[in-house]
Structures are given as structure tokens and as C-alpha cells.
Design a binder for this molecule. Structure first.
Ligand code: SF4
Length: 644
């Protein structure tokens, strides 16, 4: 085996149809050109998934992968990625999980597990001490994730870590999640259904290996300094109690959904109410001092005794508003159901919001009340693929066809992009580059382009001097990005932010740390990423080389999806964002990041044109021009560009 620093040095190839597992050396050129996690996923899917493969067929490939920093002292850098062709969107997709599974995979000696085929009967994989066993999961097939946990740990090792699916994944609900043992869910895009289609209940891993680091002493010193700065973050004490909720005052006005007046939402779901529902102390992913996973414990009322968890309280707060649940405990109970069944809470609740509103407007023959009882029943039916709710289990477009509804004629929606509902409604966030990237790259939450500009109304000068300079933009690039009527072009900026996020996603770093640049403390940026990568792997890289790797990885995703038939037209803005949203506080329309200019469809098309131009892509096709593929060294990959 080749000795690598940072990498475990092996990829495990599993064929469930044949019951075979083979470990192969990690190719050095793969590590160099594609970094890890998301980058590995892009390359492996390109090589292994036949074009046009059924996402729920045995030909689809599920890659579980980590980056070179996972399991090292680098802070918050052990996130794991599930990469697959999505049964929800038909596109190639990445979903991000946290907790301890990523680091454990590395300790077990693998940078990635590549899963193909379909097992004959329910199976789980037990990976330990260099051995891989295909074990019978019949006894836990049908069990919720928490139910299966005890069995899996009892049968393997109490110190093992796993990812698993619940009944929703087994029943191929197209937005089913992959859930880790510490409930750090890769929830978006339907990875749980891909596992279900392979008859794979879980992947359980135990390893005691160590990740070799090239310059360990220097890494420790950098990490010490970083930790000192993290401790200086004035938000930290609150963060450790409230998790992401600590940012409520700044963030919640941007993610309200326009149902209630903001003051009412704040009263029903703000930090004080949240503290009444909080369980024990927060917990962290591997090597992270931020501790943002929060537990709920409901002490009284009809859900008394219920305990569950989330990475972001903002989520039940949003769903509570969306479904007009005046008691936050009801929103937590629905979250709990999704956690147990293993399905995406965000999409499930939005589908239910859609059909109950359509029913109230007389657009459906079914009478569906907007009440907790109806929601609970619909959530259960979706997970069980039964009754009316079962019509929603295949996601937006199939449901729309079955029900005769237009999914884009839904003013209360957050936006729909290639079959997945947007995490952010840009009518409320305003069009910053992260919101813009919903158009260009269907994605999970951590796959966006989160950065300083996701903090509201960031001063233009700070964006330019901190965020853009940290990405290594040249004067020429800066002058193109910071131009136009408001002095800021989100389309042009998105190009650089997307490439940067491809780097973070390939290193496996947590983007929460990318938010703090305005505090003048050490934070996650490309300079920091280059330093960590160099110290861990011993391969000296600078910002420019990382940026280029990010661009290569992003371009790969684009080409993978182009080969699946997605064209420029598929990357236009959701009509929902162009509908005025009526709220109790007045009408909200799509505006630029600074809220100064209302944006039309033509403006968005213009930003898209600017984006293609900034990428060096062909504006008429929205695809990388042959020169760009050549420049990135991708020409020899044999991408088939669509004909004229
Ligand atoms: Fe995990 Fe939260 Fe830390 Fe990110 S900030 S690594 S999600 S605990």
C-alpha cells in the first residue's frame, strides 16, 4: 500500500449483488486532482455510473467519503459525504452528514466506500480490522433508525459508528435520509432511498488506526491558535447553549416564511421558547469545539416524554411557521417522526404545506385540514407510502402529476429547483450568491456557498477586502464582481464561491466556520484551508491551486449532469421566487442582496449570463466550453458535450 499523509490510502469497493468487497489503493492522481470527499465522489460516479442509470436501480453507486483532514487535529473537518445519483432530482447529488462516522471511517483505513449492486436480502455491512462482512439485516428491516441502533451495536461493537436508513428509505421514499448513529443526518436528495434500493440497511464501522500527518507539530500549533480564536468568538458561549439558534436575531428575519408577523413568530419560536424545550448539553462532531447539535426534551403536554434532536433549531422553527403550528412542541413531534422514519423534514413538511393549502383553496378533491393531526397522519402516510400521503412519497413532480397541481404555482413555497425545494427563499434572504447558487447547483444545506455574505447586509468593503481577497481574486476579477447598479454581482461572485465550496466539501470541513471573517479572528477561508491541507498531506499548495481543484470538481458535477440531459433551461429560476409573497407585513418580492432593487426574470437571466461568462463557459449552452475543459485538464475524460 502506498503511504499517504492525511489519507487512509484505500478505497473500499463493495458489490452487493456479488457479495464482494475489495480494497484498492487510493490512486495518487485522484488524491491530487480531486482532494477527497465530494471530489472523489464526482470522479468515482463519472467512472462507475452508466449514463441514464436508474437512481433506484443496482447500477447507481453510493459513495460514502471523507476528506484528507478527517480524523486529524484539524478542527471540524470530519464531515462525511454521501454522493449518488438522486432519485428526487435525477441529478448527481451530494448530501452531508456529521458526527463521528467520518473520522471512524478513516480510522478503519478507508477514504471512501463505493457501494454498487443490490443485495438479495436486507443486509448491513460490518467493516472492522481490515475485514468486511455482509450481515443479515432481516431482523431490523422495517425498524426505525433508533430501533435498529441497539441491534447493530450489540451485534458488532459498542464503540462502532454507523449510518443507517429508516422505513422511509426501505420504502424508497425519494427524499429519505441517511442517518448516522449520533443523528447527524445526510438528509437531502434521497440517499436513504438509494440505500433502500440496494437492500442496505446500514454501514457499521470500527477502526483504531491513526491518520498519519506530515507536519504534526506545525499542525498542532496552527490548531492551537485557531482554537484560541474560536474561544474569543463573542457568540461562542451562547452558541454552546443554543447551537445555530444563537444566530436567531440576525438570521431568522431572513428565513421567515411570511405566514405570521415576524414578532409573532419570534414570540412563539424565539430563543426563550426554545430553552423550554431543550434537552441536555449540546454535542459536537469529531474535533469541533462549537457543539451545535441540540436535543429536545418535551416535559409536558400531549408529547410529554418525547426526546429528539436537530443540528439546527431554525428548522423546526421554520416548519412550525410554515404549517402554522402555534405550539412548538408539535413541530418538534413532526421532526421526531422524520428522524425515526429517516426522511427529510424540510421537504416532507413543504409537500404537506403545499397539498393542505391547495385543498383549502379547493384545488384538490380531498379535504385536508391544516391541523397537527392531519399533518401527523400525512407524514406517516408518506413514510409508509400509503393513503393520500403516499402520493407525495416520490417528490414534487410525480406528486404534481398525480394530483393535477402545478408545483410552481405555490406562492408559500421556498422555490423549486430540478425537483428539490430550496433551503432558502431568496425573496426573504435576498439574492446573495448562496441563494443564487440554487439555480446553478442543486444542493444540500452544507453544499451551498456559505460565507460572509450569508450574514445579512455585509458591508461591501468587508466583502471585497476580506471574503473576496481570501479567495485570491485578482484586481480584474474583483472589478467584474463588484460592479453594476448595486456594486455587487451575485452571479459573478457565485462562480468563485462555488469553487471554494467544492474545496471545503472535498476537504470535509464544516462551513459553520466560514462565517466569522468579519470578527478579525482566524476562520475558515481558502488560505486557512491551503495551510491545513499542506501541513496534513505534506504537499505544499496555495490558494490558487486549491481554487483550481475546486473549479475542476465543480465542472465535473456540471458535466455529469449535462450527460444526464440537463440543459441550460433546467438552470433557470424557479417561478416561485418570481411570485410576490403576500405576508401580514406586506408584499415581499425578490430583491438584490442590499434590498435596493427589485429583480425580474430578465435580471436573473442576466446574472446567469454573467455567471456563465465568469466561468468561461459557453453562454448559449450554459456548458463549459471545450477550451475550459482543456484548461482544467478534463478534455481527456471524454465528456460528451451535447451536439449543436
Ligand atoms: Fe458539527 Fe456543528 Fe461543529 Fe459543524 S459547527 S462540525 S455541524 S458541531
Amino acid at each position: 500500500m502506498v503511504q499517504y499523509y492525511g489519507y487512509a490510502g484505500r478505497i473500499l469497493y463493495v458489490d452487493l449483488s456479488k457479495g464482494e468487497a475489495v480494497a484498492r489503493d487510493l490512486p495518487a492522481d485522484l488524491a491530487k486532482a480531486f482532494i477527497g470527499a465530494r471530489g472523489f465522489g464526482a470522479k468515482l460516479l463519472w467512472d462507475l455510473v452508466p449514463r441514464g442509470a436508474d437512481p433506484l436501480g443496482p447500477d447507481n453507486v453510493l459513495v460514502l467519503a471523507v476528506g484528507p483532514l478527517a480524523g486529524t487535529a484539524a478542527q471540524s473537518a470530519s464531515r462525511w459525504f454521501a454522493i449518488f445519483k438522486s432519485p428526487l432530482t435525477g441529478t448527481f447529488f451530494r448530501s452531508v452528514g456529521g458526527g463521528m462516522f467520518g473520522a471512524m471511517l478513516k480510522f478503519a483505513g478507508y477514504d471512501a466506500v463505493v457501494i454498487r449492486g443490490r443485495a438479495e436480502k436486507p443486509t448491513y455491512l460490518w467493516i472492522s480490522e481490515g475485514e468486511v462482512e455482509f450481515r443479515d439485516a432481516s431482523r431490523i428491516w422495517g425498524m426505525t433508525v433508533d430501533g435498529a441502533k441497539e441491534f447493530l451495536l450489540e451485534e458488532t461493537d459498542r464503540n462502532a459508528r454507523f449510518v443507517a436508513i429508516g422505513p422511509a428509505g426501505e420504502r424508497l421514499v425519494r427524499f429519505a435520509a441517511i442517518v448516522s448513529d449520533d443523528y447527524r443526518t445526510a438528509g437531502r436528495g434521497g440517499g436513504g432511498a438509494v440505500m433502500g434500493s440496494k437492500n442496505l440497511k446500514a454501514v457499521v464501522v470500527r477502526g483504531e488506526g491513526r491518520v498519519a500527518v506530515a507536519r504534526e507539530g506545525e499542525l498542532s500549533e496552527v490548531v492551537r491558535e485557531w482554537r484560541r480564536d474560536i474561544e474569543k468568538n463573542p457568540l461562542l458561549p451562547q452558541w454552546r447553549v443554543l447551537g445555530i439558534m444563537a444566530g436567531w436575531a440576525a438570521h431568522s428575519p431572513l428565513v421567515r416564511e411570511g405566514v405570521w408577523e415576524y414578532s409573532r413568530w419570534n414570540e412563539l419560536y424565539g430563543p426563550e421558547r426554545w430553552l423550554e424545550l431543550k434537552g441536555g448539553a449540546n454535542s459536537s462532531c469529531w474535533g469541533c469545539p462549537m457543539a451545535c447539535r441540540v436535543d429536545f426534551r418535551i416535559r409536558e403536554g400531549r408529547h410529554a416524554g418525547l426526546s429528539t434532536y436537530t443540528g439546527s433549531y431554525m428548522l423546526p422553527a421554520r416548519v412550525g411557521q410554515r404549517l402554522e403550528l402555534e405550539d412548538p412542541r408539535d413541530a418538534v413531534a413532526l421532526l421526531d417522526l422524520c428522524n425515526r422514519e429517516g426522511m427529510c423534514y424540510f421537504t416532507t413538511s413543504q409537500l404537506v404545506n403545499w397539498v393542505t393549502r391547495a385543498s383549502g383553496r379547493g384545488r384538490l378533491k380531498e379535504r385536508l385540514e391544516r391541523s397537527f393531526e392531519t399533518y401527523l397522519s400525512l407524514f406517516r402516510q408518506i413514510a409508509g407510502r400509503e393513503g393520500f400521503g403516499g402520493l407525495l412519497s416520490d417528490g414534487w413532480y410525480p406528486a404534481a402529476e398525480r394530483l393535477g397541481l402545478d408545483p410552481e404555482d405555490f406562492e408559500e413555497g421556498t422555490g423549486l429547483f430540478r425537483g428539490v425545494d430550496a433551503i432558502q427563499d431568496a425573496r426573504f434572504t435576498r439574492l446573495h450568491p448562496q441563494a443564487f447558487s440554487h439555480l446553478t447547483s442543486p444542493r444540500p444545506h452544507h453544499g451551498g456557498t456559505q460565507s460572509l455574505y450569508t450574514v445579512p447586509m455585509m458591508d461591501l468593503q468587508v466583502l471585497r477586502e476580506v471574503d473576496a481577497r481570501d479567495m485570491g481574486l485578482s484586481e480584474e476579477e474583483l472589478s467584474r464582481v463588484f460592479s453594476g447598479p448595486t456594486g455587487f454581482n451575485p452571479g459573478r461572485y457565485a462562480r468563485y464561491a462555488e469553487d471554494r465550496m467544492a474545496v471545503y466539501n472535498s476537504l470535509g470541513t464544516c462551513i459553520v466556520h466560514a462565517l466569522w471573517g468579519f470578527l478579525g479572528l482566524r476562520y475558515l477561508n481558502l488560505r486557512q484551508a491551503a495551510e491545513l491541507y499542506s501541513l496534513v498531506t505534506g504537499r505544499e499548495v496555495g490558494v490558487g491551486e486549491l481554487r483550481r481543484a475546486g473549479e475542476r470538481i465543480f465542472t465535473y458535477w456540471k458535466m455529469l449532469n449535462a450527460e444526464e440531459g440537463f440543459t441550460k433551461e433546467d438552470y433557470r429560476c424557479s417561478r416561485i421566487w418570481l411570485l410576490p409573497r403576500r405576508t401580514p407585513e406586506g408584499e415581499v418580492v425578490l430583491r438584490d442582496y442590499y434590498g435596493e432593487v427589485a429583480l425580474s426574470e430578465e435580471d436573473l437571466d442576466r446574472f446567469l449570463g454573467d455567471y456563465y461568462q465568469e466561468r468561461g463557459w459557453d453562454e448559449s449552452t450554459g456548458l463549459p466550453a471545450p477550451e475550459k475543459l482543456r484548461e482544467l485538464g478534463l478534455e481527456e475524460e471524454g465528456f460528451r458535450l451535447p451536439g449543436p
